[in-house]
Design a protein around this ligand. Structure first.
Ligand code: FPP
Length: 281
């Protein structure tokens, strides 16, 4: 039986202090959304879009605000992006919300991010229900604070029956750690068997990744202009298309998302091969 999400009061000044409000997003709706969607080729939509949400700190600094204000402002961009992707019918959206390296940040910032995540999980349930979005998480989840883990498990359980887009939060996620975990899982499985049965192959590693049940990302989008992968989906990104915008994450809007999708649809994906019409001579 799924547990109801916790609704404990939070002290004033904490991320959870504001009253939950009706979910509002600035995702385009109605005729505006249809006009944007009409520019996209439904046959060439990415099956999996993955986003490195970067630039919250710079957004805040430009406004002489504390870094955490940038993280809070980033929630609105998360909301409108999730809603737009769900409306477009993307099968999978992965958001890099907290990397395995982010623990190095000041304790107060890490604490704020964890509370913001819990607040997000509590508040977004209506949106997840409305769009039949299934929430999942990848990363070393057992190392997250117990209360974050509880809220995460609750929301995953409450949305597990939804038939729409999978929203995957990468939390305490590191691509190298994921590969170590996959190899460790392979070795654990192989140990009781005779050595000759042990097969180390790309397929075997792929099958032990956190994302084994998901298609590899077709498009990786990064905000704030940095040209780095930052330990995100290292294995899975082998043939992903990469799109970077100078826009800082809190300023990211659905029109930026449409721009990325249009550019993605203009790309020719060859996976190391040649275009079908190539001259053989
Ligand atoms: C990188 O910006 C962003 C993060 C480390 C956190 C991302 C979190 C959010 C967008 C809000 C919470 C998300 C969810 C899904 C609940 P940065 O701080 O490194 O920016 P900077 O490079 O400008 O300093």
């Amino acid at each position: 039986m799924p547990r109801a999400p916790k609704t404990k009061a939070t002290p004033a000044g904490s991320p959870g202090a504001a009253r939950p409000q009706a979910i509002k997003t600035d995702a385009p709706a109605g005729a505006e959304f249809e006009a944007l969607r009409a520019r996209l080729d439904p046959e060439r939509m990415p099956r999996h879009l993955a986003i490195i949400m970067d630039g919250n700190g710079r957004w805040a600094r430009r406004r002489h605000l504390p870094r955490v204000a940038g993280h809070r402002a980033g929630i609105a961009a998360v909301r409108s992006t999730v809603e737009t992707c769900a409306r477009l019918g993307l099968p999978v959206l992965t958001l890099y919300a907290f990397s395995a390296e982010n623990w190095k940040r000041p304790r107060l910032e890490v604490g704020f991010l964890m509370r913001l995540l819990r607040e997000y999980l509590r508040r977004e349930l209506p949106l997840l229900r409305r769009h039949q979005i299934r929430l999942e998480a990848i990363g070393r989840l057992r190392e997250l604070p117990p209360r974050v883990r509880d809220d995460l498990e609750n929301t995953c359980r409450l949305t597990a029956g939804h038939a729409g887009m999978r929203l995957v939060l990468a939390l305490n996620y590191g691509g190298r750690a994921e590969l170590v975990d996959a190899c460790a899982a392979l070795l654990r499985r192989a140990r009781p068997r005779a050595r000759k049965d042990f097969e180390l192959s790309e397929a075997a590693i792929q099958a032990h990744l956190y994302t084994a049940h998901l298609p590899d990302p077709d498009l990786i989008l990064r905000t704030s202009g940095e040209l780095r992968l930052s330990n995100f989906l290292l294995w899975q990104s082998a043939y992903a298309e990469f799109w970077v915008t100078p826009v800082l994450w809190p300023d990211f809007r659905p029109r930026d998302l449409f721009e990325a999708l249009l550019e993605y649809q203009r790309r020719e994906r060859r996976y190391g091969g040649v275009p079908p019409e190539s001259d053989l001579e």
